[in-house]
Design a binder for this molecule. Sequence first.
Ligand code: DQA
Length: 143
Amino acid sequence: MRRIAVINGPNLNLLGTREPDKYGFETLESINARLARLAAELDLKCEFFQSNSEGELVSAVQRAAETAGVILNAGAYTHYSIAIRDAIAAIRAPVVEVHISNVHSREEFRRVSVIAPVCAGIIAGFGSESYILALRALAAPRP
Ligand code: DQA
């Protein structure tokens, strides 16, 4: 069965209680459960990983090299981690950059994504639905 890696970075383990005005009330566990259900419908299997550490996220991206795709919310590392960018560039699997909030409507520093140029696409601003949209995007046939 085709595998999709779902990788979440720093502070996303706190979803549900973290700044709910920006990130909503849904927990990461609940989002992952919804992804797993949709994946089953799409004949895919999600594998979940979360870490607050940059190096662990680099390793998780490397491990995802042979998957059918990666859903990655790198959190704040999005804005400055060249190491995560290089890991994405090093693998063939398509990576979808995901954000719960619309990073472009927030502070100036969040408008910069160092990983965007090496990602297949970006989904931001749809709350926890951003993850669902990313899974549908990876499941859809690409030109
Ligand atoms: C985030 C946006 C980032 O700027 C922030 O550092 C996060 C969450 C989002 O999902 O909206 O941790 O990636």
